[in-house]
Design a binder for this molecule. Structure first.
Ligand code: GDP
Length: 406
């Protein structure tokens, strides 16, 4: 039997999913992206060399066939830059890339429009592209093929963007061999018992339906989005793996999104510096906070997580005490359920449990038996609070820096 395994973020993105996908891709046949655009930035460090991916799934360094599903949105100019950048480093991209004919395009007009976005956003045209998709004025990857043929005047009248962006589409005709019916292809390969690894971008806290609306992204980044974003039916998915940092970070343009456990003082500065918490895509300093078990418990439910991976444990090296948020206080009441509403969340304050930190560093450790007891207790406490088995922790940037947690 093959598998259909998915990796999703449980916080606000930047959990280190790229590294996990690279790791798990070893025995996958296909690595598939199902939503988002170049608002994502997956970082993978191989032998000290840093690679940042925006569109291309993180299986590319393992030589796997990488697939961009219909739920993603693509800026063709930026995709080309990324492909060229990788090919110059000796990574074969075009021969390993398949793109859904139904994925929508981020047009140059969308990028312009998003520079004046009111809420958050990376200014890369993601929200306007998804808006065009919903209001049915969007262009799709298959239009690269459509413009090669004579198009009926009636169609052109109904779709003025086809005329407006004709040259733009023609400029990218080199992608024609890479455009496929992804839903049909993946379902066939699942029938053939192939292994499919699905990678999420952003995370459940930013999911347009289950996150902190309106301080969210424009797509469904939780597991539900896999079905609509690839064409794989829900019962074919075999494993869903959540990824959480050992603390939380959030990045938004003006810092207006909720972050219940935000740390403003010395601790925040310490974690930001140690963790190099500056956006891979935007370079903005990320806001930093203690681990929020209420949020990750919500993510565990929404994604029906089978496993949880805790990343960046090494960043907490050297702290005397660690806090975990176990509940929120709202209007004098203690609540354990996560309100999926940005305005309500901004009024919540954290209820903390304090745990001792560990002496020395967890860096370089390869077995959970060699971890300091305080680090094991910290991870175990998160496991209890979130109620999902933790199967791996990561303790450094390199692909080799991980520990199977047992
Ligand atoms: P993604 O958007 O979830 O894929 O996350 P990123 O790729 O942006 O990862 C966040 C950053 O954390 C990247 O710079 C990674 O190299 C780094 N990273 C991932 N795991 C670890 C870890 O265990 N320890 C440290 N120190 N850095 C890590």
């Amino acid at each position: 039997m093959g598998y259909v395994k998915a990796v999703v973020g449980t916080q606000y993105g930047d959990e280190g999913k790229g590294k996990i996908v690279d790791q798990l891709a070893k025995d996958a046949d296909y690595v598939v992206r199902f939503q988002g655009g170049n608002n994502a930035g997956h970082t993978i460090v191989i032998d000290g060399e840093e690679h940042i991916l925006h569109f291309i799934p993180a299986g590319i360094f393992q030589g796997k066939t990488c697939v961009i599903g219909n739920g993603a949105v693509l800026d063709l100019d930026k995709l080309k830059e990324e492909v060229i950048g990788l090919e110059q480093r000796g990574v074969s991209v075009l021969e390993n890339l398949l793109i859904s004919e139904n994925a929508h395009l981020i047009l140059p007009s969308h990028v312009e429009e998003s520079k004046t976005d009111k809420i958050g956003g990376t200014g890369r045209g993601i929200a306007p592209a998804y808006t065009s998709k919903s209001n049915k004025t969007g262009l799709r990857v298959r239009d690269i093929i459509n413009v090669q043929c004579p198009i009926d005047q009636v169609d052109l009248d109904a779709r003025p963007n086809l005329t407006l962006f004709r040259d733009y589409l023609l400029k990218h005709s080199y992608l024609m061999p890479n455009i496929v019916n992804v839903a049909k292809m993946l379902n066939f390969e699942i029938d053939m018992e192939k292994n499919i690894l699905i990678e999420g971008a952003q995370a459940t806290g930013l999911d347009i339906d289950h996150g902190e609306y309106p301080f969210v992204t424009s797509s469904n980044c939780s597991a539900g989005g896999i079905c609509t974003g690839t064409g794989i039916g829900p019962t074919r998915i075999t494993d869903i793996i959540g990824v959480a940092k050992a603390y939380v970070t959030r990045v938004d343009r003006d810092g207006s999104g909720p972050l219940v456990t935000q740390l403003d003082g010395w601790h925040g500065e310490f974690i930001r510096k140690q963790g190099n918490e500056y956006g891979a895509t935007t370079k903005r300093p990320r806001r930093v906070g203690w681990f929020d078990a209420v949020l990750t418990r919500h993510s565990a439910m929404i994604n029906d997580l089978d496993e949880l991976i805790i990343t960046k444990l090494d960043i907490l090296d050297g702290l005397d005490e660690l806090k975990i948020c176990t509940a929120y206080e709202l209007d004098g009441e203690i609540i354990y359920d996560y309100p999926s509403d940005g305005i309500v969340l901004r009024q919540c304050s954290p209820v903390y449990e304090t745990m001792p930190g560990w002496k020395g560093s967890v860096k370089g450790i390869r077995s959970s038996r060699d971890l300091p007891i305080e680090a094991v207790r910290y991870v175990k406490r998160i496991e209890d609070l979130v109620n999902v088995p933790i199967t791996m922790v990561t303790n450094g940037r390199d692909r080799k820096d991980y520990i199977i947690f047992d």
